[in-house]
Design a protein around this ligand. Structure first.
Ligand code: ADP
Ligand code: MG
Ligand code: MG
Ligand code: MG
Ligand code: MG
Length: 652
């Protein structure tokens, strides 16, 4: 998205001067697309994943592993390779798509075309190719690397920010660098596009100081108590908390890797519903995928990257965040621009919106005046409390039906993605963003397929996961704690199947429920029916039309462990058993079913603690390493052995 915005970035001074203008334009752009695409129908249930990887280089002689700052070179090689193979291997150029990411040691890939692109594709059959495509993508980069280099899907590089963590070697230059970091050199920020360095510079300028990240140290038997680091830096001395690992650069967060997925919906209301329904699942998915127990060379008392990245791009001023008294008229902003969502946007979710939503009344009024409904207007106005953080001179002048000014830098657990322009082939989409990336393609495919199936369950079985937003926020905090998957309890909806039975209009009462959700892409003999079904949906039809949710928001949720949520209890069906039930009700070939069952088993095993989360596995590896001194320190040698082992796992 942002990378399409080529051009010359403006200084922070110019950017901030233009903020009001750009926000106003962005609001109108959103309203224009909202109006133009309001009745848009998309038959294909397209979707796709995004995986971020790190390029690492092993130094076997010295037992060191470093991030390799060669992403730009890899992008060039991929392009060359593609050009050579154009008429060669069947389908090669369309199987993957590569994007730069924050780190100059990072690459991001998506499938070359989204799954379900052709409406002939069966949605479920596509699930069989997810793992294959991920393996393909990894190999595609791997074959371009040198003998000691690997492309790895690691959420947080264990020694990011430690002396000499890059190849080639670069020292941080706190006095002169853009980030001012004591640990993270500018060379590790991707420089092939101005976006990333500009964001670093502007966030720091807007905050009026460096970013501050403090993660509690994992207190092991020999860890210093109190654990205090001494820094030769005025900002660090104030910002670093005792018993915490201190970090001071955007790279510590944006330099982590994650796993994301985007789903296209049949129409705007279905997208709004999916956005809402997937939101309460975000913290659960995050805890299930926890993979980041080490930062800056220390074991920390957290398992996930989220808080780090949230702090790493927090551009709020002291007044906005409430640290300092504010002038009248300053908005108090309770979260970073990278955080969990603040409001539901479907009519089903509305009554669960129980946290205050800040926005400028004038922004809200602009949206309303342009025909946006109040619930959506509040959501969008809330996004626009953030100043634009990167602007390009060449992109200032935009038509109303373009979306550059709307695509502001908001990074939340879920993202509501409107069609990029009025006549785009791309429809209303939602993005699911909380997952940490897993070590192997098999694991990543399992999480991706699990969430993809969950969307089917939401749309076809109409399971209902809504709980008050305040509880989702509480879950987000809990989910990041060490071993949250083992002992933490999460708010979850007690009765998720109440709306399960489908209440259709009479003309459609005989239509099989599995048809509804796939909108023409259901397998085999059902297809004609489902296409008819799709066509008979009229304008006012909403995915959950006829469902009435009379539950009381305050009493609809209860506390459950991840195992209970995923595998069920006597009172609660569990998401995996529901998915198995769903799968038995649709037509699906044996091979695909077998693949899916393997994926579901992995998710079920993780939840039931039959296998470890990646975070737990990494923590145990460190703690059991013969060179570990039980002092929380993850040395070069331990990190080397850890990543060597993780690399070996990707081959099996
Ligand atoms: P961003 O970084 O803004 O989230 P990317 O371009 O990196 O966007 O990833 C977009 C994801 O959406 C990819 O997985 C891609 O396969 C998928 N995708 C592309 N087109 C569609 C579509 N029409 N509907 C749903 N998903 C799509
Ligand atoms: Mg991105
Ligand atoms: Mg992307
Ligand atoms: Mg990315
Ligand atoms: Mg994305």
């Amino acid at each position: 998205m942002g990378l399409l915005s080529e051009g010359q970035p403006l200084s922070w001074k110019d950017t901030s001067c233009l903020a009001k203008f750009v926000q106003q334009r962005g609001l109108v752009q959103f309203a224009t697309i909202y109006k133009n695409a309001a009745s848009r129908r998309d038959k294909c249930h397209k979707w796709g994943d995004e995986i971020e990887y790190m390029l690492v280089k092993f130094d076997h002689e010295n037992k060191k592993v470093r991030v390799s700052l060669k992403a730009a070179e890899i992008f060039r090689l991929i392009e060359e390779h593609k050009a050579r193979q154009k008429n060669g291997i069947n389908g090669y150029p369309t199987e993957s798509y590569w994007n730069p990411e924050f780190g100059s040691y990072m690459v991001e890939s998506t499938p070359g075309t989204p799954y379900g692109d052709s409406c002939d594709d069966r949605v479920l059959a596509a699930l069989n190719s997810v793992g294959y495509n991920m393996r393909f993508r990894r190999q595609q980069v791997q074959q371009l690397l040198g003998p000691d280099e690997y492309v790895m899907s690691v959420t947080s590089f264990p020694r990011l920010g430690c002396p000499g963590f890059t190849f080639p070697h670069c020292d941080p230059k706190p006095k002169t660098s853009l980030s001012g970091s004591l640990f993270f050199p500018d060379e590790a920020i991707y420089g092939g596009h101005p976006r990333f360095k500009t964001i670093v510079k502007n966030i720091r300028a807007r905050r009026g100081r460096k970013v501050i990240i403090n993660l509690p140290i994992y207190q092991d038997v020999n860890t210093a108590k109190p654990f205090i680091e001494h820094f030769d830096d005025d900002e660090a001395r104030v910002a670093a908390k005792p018993n915490h690992v201190y970090m001071d650069a955007m790279g510590f967060g944006m330099g982590c890797c994650c796993l994301q997925m985007t789903f296209q919906a049949a129409h705007i209301d279905e997208a709004r519903l999916l956005y809402d329904q997937l939101s309460p699942f975000c913290p659960i998915a995050m805890a299930l995928s926890a993979a980041a127990p080490i930062f800056r060379g220390y074991l920390v008392d957290r398992d996930c990257r989220w808080e780090v990245i949230s702090c790493a791009v927090d551009d709020r001023t002291r007044e906005e965040s409430g640290e300092a008294d504010s002038q009248p008229g300053t908005l108090k902003i309770s979260k970073s621009r990278y955080d969990s969502i603040d409001s539901y946007i479907s009519k089903y979710g509305e009554k669960f919106n129980d946290i205050p939503l800040t926005y400028h009344k004038s922004h809200y009024d602009t949206l309303i005046d342009h025909g946006v409904d109040p619930l959506m207007a509040r959501h969008v106005a809330h996004l626009f409390i953030r100043d634009p953080i990167t602007l390009y001179r060449e992109k200032l002048d935009q038509r109303d039906d373009e979306s550059d000014h709307f695509e502001s830098t908001n990074w939340q657990t879920m993202r509501f993605k409107p069609p990029p322009s009025a006549n785009s082939s791309i429809g209303w989409r939602v993005e699911f963003r909380p997952l940490e990336v897993q070590t192997t393609d098999h694991e990543n495919a399992a999480y991706v397929v699990f969430v993809a199936l969950l969307t089917r369950l939401i749309l076809s079985y109409r399971i209902n996961l809504l709980i008050p937003i305040s509880m989702v926020d509480e879950n987000m905090r809990i989910a990041q704690n060490r071993d949250a998957i083992e002992d933490a309890k999460f708010w979850f909806r007690k009765d998720i199947t109440k709306c399960c039975q489908i209440k259709r209009k009479s003309s459609q009462e005989n239509v099989d429920q599995s048809n509804h959700m796939i909108n023409g892409s259901v397998s085999g003999s059902n297809r004609t029916d489902s296409e008819n079904n799709y066509k008979t949906l009229d304008h006012e039809d909403e995915p959950w039309d006829g469902v009435d949710d009379d539950c009381d928001p305050q009493s609809c949720a209860t506390l459950m462990t991840i195992n209970e949520i995923i595998n069920g209890t006597e009172e609660f069906p569990g998401l995996v058993p529901l998915l198995r039930q769903y799968l038995s009700s649709v037509e699906i070939d044996a091979g695909t079913l077998c693949t899916i069952n393997n994926y579901l088993e992995l998710i079920s095993d993780r939840a039931a603690l039959r296998t470890k989360t990646t975070a737990r596995w990494i923590r145990d590896f460190v703690r059991e390493h013969p060179k570990y001194n039980r002092d929380s320190v993850v040395s070069d040698e331990i990190a080397y052995d850890l990543l060597m082992r993780m690399q070996a796992m990707t081959k099996s």
